[in-house]
Design a protein around this ligand. Structure first.
Ligand code: THU
Length: 130
């Protein structure tokens, strides 16, 4: 399964729109039902309005009616595997349990395996609003 996600993330990364950072990212996730959704970063000239690859994959999942992430793979053309930004960590925690594996990877093949809980310790969740 990691190979399927890696291939999907590498392929969608090619479609990233990143003319401002020149930093293309691809993300692929597998749902509890076994579907695979992908996303790439999409920037625009108003720099803060760009969206991350992870956010794109999550949006595609939700648009298809799925809600539960089982595994995530993120790949970038960096020397070391790139960790998701803070906002994407919260987005991943919305749909993925703490033990959901997240693989961060480089195009060259380096991989770092982590989990949703490791990426967002002390996460804010709906329980705090009870
Ligand atoms: N980016 C992602 O898409 N995912 C990450 O995990 C890290 C950063 C994007 C956002 C922006 O388009 C570019 O990488 C540089 O920050």
């Amino acid at each position: 399964m990691p190979d399927i996600l890696r291939d999907a993330a590498l392929a969608v990364r090619e479609n990233a729109h990143a003319p401002y950072s020149n930093f293309k990212v691809g993300a692929a996730l597998r749902t509890a039902e076994g579907q695979v959704f992908v996303g790439c970063n999409v920037e625009n000239v108003a720099y803060p309005e760009g969206t991350c690859a992870e956010a794109g994959a999550i949006a595609a999942m939700c648009a298809a009616g799925a809600r539960t992430i089982a595994e995530v793979y993120v790949v970038a053309g960096s020397p070391d595997p790139v960790p998701p930004c803070g906002g994407c960590r919260q987005k991943l925690a919305e749909f993925g349990a703490g033990d959901v594996p997240v693989t961060l990877a480089t195009v060259a093949g380096a991989e770092r395996r982590t989990t949703v809980a490791e990426l967002l310790p002390g996460a804010f969740d709906a329980g705090y609003m009870a």
